[in-house]
Design a protein around this ligand. Structure first.
Ligand code: ADP
Ligand code: MG
Length: 559
C-alpha cells in the first residue's frame, strides 16, 4: 500500500473547490461522466491507431445508486489507469490528462471529441461526497489500483482485484447531499447534461416487448381464438442518444429526421418547427448545430425551450447570450462548439473575440439559409412569412450585416396578399408613385379594417398598398428610409398621397348634383371639421361616395 499527499501548493484545496469553483453542486455527475467518456474515447483512439492491442468492443458507461450503502457508482469500460497513472493524473490537482492526451496525439486525435480540459473536474466529486474511491484497471497489462480519499489531502493507494478493464468511481454521498441518492434526481441530471453524450449511458433496466417474439394465435377447447400475450424482456435503460442529428452530415438527414430531433430536444413541444438550419463549420473555428425557426405561439414553452449550448455533446447551458445574436434567441435548437471558451467550471462563457466571430457566422448562415429557402420554394416561404417576420425584421434592425443580406428574402406583403421583395416593390411603384421631390412613395396600411376606405381609394388609383402591421415595423420603415435611396413611406390615409404622379384617370361621378349637396350637408353636421376633412368622391374612380381624411398635421396634433 502507498500512502502520500496530494500535490497541491495550497494547504487544502478541497474546501476551496467545494466552496468557490462550482456554483452548482449537481455538475459533479456531468464531470464524472465526461471523464468516463474521455476514457472510452481515448481507448477508441488508441485501438484505432494500433497503440492499444485490445478489443474495443461495445463499451458503455453505467450509473448505479446504492441507496442503502449511500453510494453512487460511475463505471466505465474505458482505458483505465495504472497505479502510476492514478498518482500522476488524480493526485496532481489541475493536471489534465485530457490536455496531455491531446498534446501527445495532436493531429490524429484532434477530432476525437475529448472533453476534459482543466484537470479539475474530478475533484467536483468532493462537493457531494465525503469519501471517494477509484477502482481502476488499465488496458495495459498491469494489476488494478484502488485509490481512496476522504477529502483531505491524504489518500491511500493499493492494489485491487478488479479484472475487467475500466474505471469505477464510488462516491460516498455526504449527509447534506442525499438528494443524489434519489433515482428521479439522478435521471433528471442525466437527461439534462448527458442526453446526447457519445458513449451509451446505462441507468437501470427497463421492460420492453421482445422484438424477436412473434405472438401465436391460440385456439382454446371451445374453439375460441386468442393471441398470446407479448413477451417482455429486460434490457439496459440507455438514457442517451449517442449520435444526435447535429453530429451527422446534412446530406444524411431528411426533413423527418430534423423534425424527430426537434421532438427529442423539446419533448413537450407539439408544434412542428417551420424550418431548420444545419450549422457545420470547421474553419476558422469548429461549430456544429441545428437551429429551428419555431412557430410563434403564445405558449409558455417559448420562454423555456431555448437554444442549448453543448461542448463535445456535453450540455453546458441554455444561456447563449453573446454567442447567438440577440434577434436569433427566439430560435430553438443546439449549438455545439469545442472552441467556445468556458470558465473553469465549464458552466458559462468567457467573453472573447472568438465568440464574436461565432456570432457573426451564425448570423450569416441564417441569412444564407433564408435566402436559399426563399429561392428554392418561394410559395412555402411566403406562407411562413407571418411567423418568421418578427425575427427577420428584428434582425434587420439590429444587425447591419443581416440588413444588407435581407434584401434577398425580406418580404413586403400587399393588402391583397401579394408578397414583394424590396426590389420588386420599387419596380412595381416606380412609374406611378413618385412625389414632387422625386421620391418613391411606399404606401402602407397598418390596419386593413380601419383603413378600408383609404385602401380602396388608393387601389382605385392603381397604387400598391402594403400591409405592414408588425409591432416594430415603424422602426424598420425608418431604417429603410435612411438606408435606401429616394424612398419614403406614407400611410394610406396620409393627406399628400393625392399629389403623387400617376397615370391620368377620368372621374365618372356616381352621384347626382342633388345627392352631392344633401350628402355634403349631412356630413358637415356629423364630422367635426377641426379634426377631419371630408371630400366627396375625392378618389378618382368614385369607389367610395365620400372619404374622410385626417391630414398628417391634424393627426400629429392629436398625438
Ligand atoms: P480533465 O478531465 O480536465 O483532464 P479531471 O480532473 O476531470 O481533469 O480528471 C483528471 C484526469 O484523471 C483525467 O485527465 C484522466 O487522465 C484521469 N481520469 C479521471 N477519470 C478517469 C476515468 N474514468 N478513466 C480514466 N482516467 C480518468
Ligand atoms: Mg474531466
Amino acid at each position: 500500500m502507498t500512502k502520500g499527499n496530494i500535490n497541491v501548493s495550497v494547504e487544502n484545496i478541497f474546501p476551496l473547490i467545494k466552496k468557490f469553483l462550482y456554483s452548482d453542486h449537481e455538475i459533479f455527475l456531468r464531470e464524472l461522466i465526461s471523464n468516463a467518456t474521455d476514457a472510452t474515447l481515448k481507448l477508441k483512439h488508441l485501438t484505432s491507431i494500433g497503440e492499444a492491442k485490445v478489443e474495443y468492443g461495445d463499451p458503455k458507461i453505467e450509473v448505479k445508486i446504492d441507496k442503502e450503502g449511500k453510494k453512487l457508482h460511475v463505471i466505465d469500460q474505458g482505458l483505465g489507469m495504472t497505479a502510476d497513472e492514478v498518482q500522476k493524473y488524480i493526485n496532481e490537482v489541475a493536471f489534465s490528462g485530457a490536455e496531455e492526451f491531446l498534446d501527445k496525439y495532436k493531429d490524429s486525435a484532434k477530432d476525437s471529441g475529448i472533453i476534459g480540459h482543466f484537470g479539475l473536474g474530478f475533484y467536483s466529486a468532493f462537493m457531494v461526497a465525503e469519501k471517494v474511491e477509484i477502482i481502476t484497471k488499465s488496458f495495459k497489462d498491469e494489476s488494478a489500483a484502488h485509490w481512496t480519499c476522504d477529502g483531505s489531502p491524504e489518500f491511500t493507494l493499493e492494489e485491487a482485484d478488479k479484472t475487467e478493464r475500466g474505471t469505477e468511481i464510488i462516491l460516498h454521498i455526504a449527509e447534506d447531499s442525499t438528494e443524489f441518492l434519489e433515482e428521479s434526481r439522478i435521471r433528471e441530471l442525466l437527461l439534462k447534461y448527458n442526453k446526447f453524450m457519445p458513449v451509451p449511458i446505462k441507468f437501470g433496466t427497463k421492460e420492453i416487448n421482445d422484438p424477436d417474439f412473434e405472438p401465436k394465435t391460440i385456439t382454446d377447447k371451445d374453439g375460441k381464438e386468442t393471441t398470446e400475450p407479448h413477451k417482455q424482456i429486460t434490457v439496459d435503460d440507455i438514457i442517451n442518444n449517442p449520435s444526435p442529428a447535429w453530429t451527422k452530415q446534412p446530406a444524411d438527414l431528411d426533413e423527418q429526421n430534423y423534425k424527430d430531433f426537434y421532438r427529442e430536444l423539446y419533448p413537450m413541444q407539439f408544434e412542428e418547427p417551420l424550418f431548420n438550419i444545419h450549422l457545420n463549420v470547421d474553419y476558422p473555428f469548429n461549430l456544429t448545430g441545428i437551429l429551428y425557426f419555431p412557430k410563434m405561439t403564445n405558449d409558455l414553452n417559448i420562454q423555456k425551450d431555448k437554444i442549448q449550448l453543448y461542448q463535445n455533446q456535453v450540455f453546458i447551458t441554455d444561456n447563449v447570450e453573446g454567442i447567438v445574436p440577440e434577434f436569433l434567441t427566439m430560435l430553438r435548437g443546439v449549438i455545439d462548439s469545442p472552441d467556445i471558451p468556458l470558465n473553469v467550471s465549464r458552466s458559462y462563457l468567457q467573453a472573447d473575440g472568438a465568440v464574436k466571430k461565432i456570432s457573426s457566422y451564425i448570423t450569416r448562415k441564417v441569412a444564407d439559409k433564408l435566402k436559399s429557402i426563399f429561392n428554392s420554394n418561394r410559395e412555402e416561404y411566403e406562407k411562413k412569412w407571418d411567423d418568421i417576420k418578427i425575427v427577420i425584421e428584428y434582425g434587420m434592425l439590429s444587425e447591419e450585416k443581416f440588413f444588407e443580406k435581407a434584401d434577398a428574402f425580406a418580404l413586403y406583403p400587399t393588402v391583397e396578399g401579394k408578397y414583394y421583395t424590396f426590389e420588386e416593390l420599387t419596380n412595381a411603384i416606380k412609374a406611378k408613385q413618385t412625389d414632387k421631390d422625386d421620391k418613391m412613395v411606399i404606401l402602407y396600411a397598418s390596419n386593413k379594417d380601419e383603413q378600408h376606405a383609404y385602401i380602396e381609394a388608393a387601389k382605385a388609383k392603381d397604387y400598391e398598398v402594403l400591409l405592414l402591421d408588425s409591432p416594430i415595423v415603424s422602426h424598420l420603415m425608418q431604417k429603410l428610409e435612411t438606408s435606401k435611396e429616394k424612398i419614403a413611406f406614407a400611410r394610406v390615409d396620409a393627406d399628400h398621397i393625392d399629389n403623387l404622379i400617376k397615370k391620368d384617370d377620368t372621374t365618372i361621378s356616381k352621384l347626382s348634383e342633388d345627392e352631392k349637396t344633401k350628402l355634403d350637408e349631412l356630413l358637415k353636421e356629423v364630422v367635426p371639421s377641426e379634426k377631419f376633412m371630408v371630400q366627396l368622391e375625392a378618389m378618382d374612380s368614385g369607389a367610395s361616395p365620400f372619404i374622410i381624411t385626417q391630414p398628417e398635421f391634424m393627426r400629429r396634433m392629436k398625438e
